[in-house]
Design a protein around this ligand. Structure first.
Ligand SMILES: NC(=O)c1ccc[n+]([C@@H]2O[C@H](COP(=O)([O-])OP(=O)(O)OC[C@H]3O[C@@H](n4cnc5c(N)ncnc54)[C@H](OP(=O)(O)O)[C@@H]3O)[C@@H](O)[C@H]2O)c1
Length: 323
């Protein structure tokens, strides 16, 4: 297949990182579309992108574009994904891929019906480290997986006007950072949880500021998770088995983890991939899936995760204004 051409939607922080990743690895960042013309022009010039579109529709009408990378705030992902799929484009969408599981199931069906690939740009699902750690678990490195403990704390400050606290932008800790922690946990469970307990604290704007989540699946594997956007916490994930445990720091883009054997105290260090190539792994997986040379269960994980996040929010009774 000829080189696949990417159209980037949004010109913010993560869009810039993706454009750099595409550029660095000789991929084709072909078009960009931003709602602020001057920003799109600056972005295109910086990343040597040929086509600049002022409206999303115009970029979708460009027959040259194969894949749309959506890097807008998650409150608008659902609409953006639907429009792109309906225009016949494959879609890689930033996390959180949608705001709830109903939206996600609808776009998954739409992609299937159009024979198009839809994926979430979730770094954890593509970092080589996690594949290696799972292999070591299969080989018996920690015995049977019993529990996962995972946290994520990011201090977004007290400026309640930013997107992290905005109800209309689907803000809050759960959708902004909870997807990472939940993906980490789900990656190491043999089944998705069917029992979910939670408690939380609201920010003054009505979004969730912090929460605790406890989960269990039918195999009685358990997860304990804590999230906050008002305090730093180490991004630490621990997978505990009956013979040892895995520890991973900075897990969203981790390239190193340790396995401790609890009987001997021996510590094995596992290294794979590179933090700075996190977005490249997403791009390679996306292009490989489209070309039929790569297969994974990333979308099943995204669906399970979105189902968990929705179930947590349903328990809180927290709805976004557009839901
Ligand atoms: N994978 C990762 O590591 C990672 C890291 C950070 C963020 N993310 C995810 O990526 C998404 C974007 O985050 P970001 O930090 O890049 O945000 P950002 O810097 O605020 O950029 C958002 C971009 O979307 C545009 N935009 C804002 N509201 C829009 C709307 N209603 N319709 C269309 N375009 C709109 C903005 O345009 P203007 O510039 O004109 O406002 C801007 O170009 C979020 O969903 C976030 O969760 C992922």
């Amino acid at each position: 297949m000829a080189d696949l051409k990417w159209g980037i939607m949004g010109c913010g922080g993560i869009a810039g990182e993706m454009a750099e990743a595409l550029e660095k690895h000789g991929k084709k960042a072909y078009a960009v579309c931003g709602r602020t013309k001057s920003k799109a022009e600056t972005f295109a010039m910086k990343h040597k992108i040929r086509k600049i579109y002022e409206t999303y529709q115009e970029m979708l009408e460009d027959q040259e574009v194969d894949i749309i990378y959506i890097a807008t705030p998650h409150g608008v992902h659902y609409e953006n994904i639907k429009e792109a799929l309906n225009a016949g484009k494959h879609v890689l969408c930033e996390k959180a891929i949608t705001v709830n599981d109903h939206q996600l199931e609808e776009v998954v069906e739409l992609a299937k019906s159009k024979d198009l690939i839809l994926r979430e740009a979730m770094t954890i699902s593509h970092m080589p480290l996690f594949k290696k750690l799972k292999e070591r678990i299969k080989e018996g490195a920690i015995g049977e997986v019993k529990m996962v403990q995972v946290n994520f704390g990011s201090n977004k400050g007290k400026d309640y006007t930013n997107r992290f606290y905005a109800m209309e932008a689907a803000g809050g800790a759960l959708l902004d950072i909870g997807g990472y922690a939940t993906t980490f946990a789900r990656t190491f469970l043999d089944e998705t949880p069917n029992t979910i307990l939670t408690t939380m604290k609201y920010a003054p704007t009505g979004v969730d500021e912090q929460c605790g989540i406890i989960m269990k699946n039918s195999l009685e594997q358990m997860v304990v998770m804590s999230l906050t956007i008002q305090a730093k916490q180490p991004k630490r994930g621990v997978v505990t088995g009956d013979e040892g445990y895995i520890e991973v720091y900075e897990y969203p883009r981790a390239m190193k983890g340790t396995i401790t054997n609890t009987a001997t105290g021996e510590v094995e260090t596992i290294e794979a991939g590179k933090t700075e190539d996190a977005l490249l792994y997403e791009v390679e997986a996306m292009e490989g899936t489209i070309e039929g040379t790569y297969e994974d269960n990333a979308m099943e994980i995204s669906r399970d995760v979105m189902h968990i996040l929705s179930s947590v929010r349903n328990q809180w009774g927290m709805k976004y204004p557009f839901e």
